[in-house]
Design a protein around this ligand. Structure first.
Ligand SMILES: C[S@@+](CC[C@H](N)C(=O)[O-])C[C@H]1O[C@@H](n2cnc3c(N)ncnc32)[C@H](O)[C@@H]1O
Length: 393
């Protein structure tokens, strides 16, 4: 496979702007946003680095070929022509994953795509080597992604393996944890770079604050993956020495201390313990400050900074509508009274009474948390006379 070939990083559609920003900052070339994905080009070394560093991508795919796929026979014969034996070894089990769907337009259904691609690959191997790799759906070392759209199929190899949102620090037990990639996307979209004081006063399991600490300390979110956990390690052109050098360089970029404080607190002591334990697993606990208490009683850790929080929704955290409205009003009052000079980004369910916060957002970004439609509200808490003019609706 040619070095510097076409790559695709996948992500939810709404957080694509964050992924584009990350790819630009890390030096990817020819960046082209697509549906729920961003296409780009990168050298082999940068591909390894991106798998370690991207905070908002789900996975990185390497495009093998785009082929016509108007019928099952056409797809199979196109797949058979590819020299799969140059891409991976028969010793490693593989599986095929189907994305996209032409079935409603009279085209191929996902199951047909999987069968034709899988058998086409096996036949290609058998023709050249007389033996085909086994299919492994439990722990595949090689994942071939077949993306069908308008009668064409883009065949790619997944270079990431386990989804990149799985950082390995998540504790179970909080009823409403944010996905790690969503927390990182929120921080990226609001321009957090770790140089300003940071606070999540309703931290729950701590996802936003942990992601903030990792950004601030310049820690690559996947640097602790074990040998063989990235799928690019199982491809034929894997360059072990380049991978070792990339890991060493990325490790060395980590700072010794945080440039500014990162504070996580919650009203529920058990959640604070959970956040602390997750931070420990993420190896950022010693840089962070944890407190238990109500947001209404919290003090900002600096004169200016960024507060990012995910408000309780009511449906998942189990409070009545009246309680939630009262809490949101108090959140607004606390921001106005105590956080002047700060920026705040508040994630609230679109169906929640977020307007009672009583602050006019500078920007509102629609996001989905799990299946819940949400709004990310960005506030700038001006001090002095400007506050009245800008903040109160
Ligand atoms: C939606 S959850 C946050 C989830 C978090 N982003 C995560 O990834 O786990 C909201 C949190 O607000 C906390 N909370 C509710 N009322 C609070 C208050 N008055 N002050 C501080 N925390 C509060 C709850 O205990 C809950 O953990």
């Amino acid at each position: 496979m040619s070095r510097g070939s076409g790559l695709i990083a996948t992500c939810p559609e709404e957080t694509k702007p964050a992924l584009v920003l990350e790819l630009e900052a890390l030096g990817a070339r020819n960046i082209a946003p697509a549906y729920r994905a961003v296409a780009f080009e990168a050298s082999e070394g940068l591909l390894y680095e991106l798998n370690l560093k991207l905070r908002t991508a789900s996975r990185i795919l390497r495009v093998v070929r785009d082929v016509p796929a108007a019928s099952p026979e056409m797809l199979r014969s196109q797949v058979r022509r590819i020299h799969w034996n140059e891409l991976f070894d028969t010793r490693h089990g593989f599986m095929v994953e189907s994305q996209g769907d032409d079935a409603d337009k009279g085209g191929l259904a996902p199951k047909q795509v999987i069968t034709q691609v899988r058998e086409g690959i096996r036949e290609a191997f058998e023709r050249v080597q007389g033996v085909a790799p086994a299919v492994d759906r439990t722990d595949p070392k090689v994942i071939v992604v077949a993306h069908l759209r308008r009668g064409r199929c883009t065949l790619s190899l997944d270079t990431s393996g386990k989804s990149l949102h799985k950082r390995g620090y998540r504790e179970t037990g909080h009823p409403a944890p944010l996905k790690e990639t969503l927390a990182a996307a929120i921080l990226t979209m609001v321009g957090y770079d770790g140089t300003q004081a940071f606070m999540d006063p309703m931290c729950g399991s701590g996802t936003i604050a942990i992601e903030a600490a990792m950004i601030a300390i310049r820690k690559a979110p996947q640097i602790h993956r074990r040998k063989g956990e990235f799928n690019f390690e199982w491809l034929k052109d894997f360059d072990r020495e380049l991978w070792r050098q990339t890991q060493d360089r990325v490790r060395a970029e980590k700072l010794e201390a945080l440039p500014a404080p990162v504070v996580a607190s919650d009203i529920n002591e058990a959640y604070v313990s959970m956040a602390r334990k997750s931070a420990l697993d993420a190896r950022v606990e010693r840089y962070m400050t944890f407190n238990t208490g109500r947001f209404q009683d919290a003090e900002p850790p600096a004169a200016t900074g960024l507060l990012v929080t995910n408000l309780p929704y009511g449906d998942r955290i189990g409070s009545s509508e009246g309680d939630i409205a009262r809490l949101y009003e108090e959140v607004g009052d606390t921001l106005k009274k105590k956080f002047s000079g700060w920026q705040a980004a508040v994630l609230a369910a679109a169906a929640s009474p977020y307007k009672v916060i009583g602050l006019k957002p500078l920007r509102t970004i629609p996001l989905t948390n799990g299946s819940i439609p949400c709004k990310l509200l960005l506030f700038e808490l001006y001090s002095g006379t400007r506050r009245a003019a800008r903040n109160v609706e």
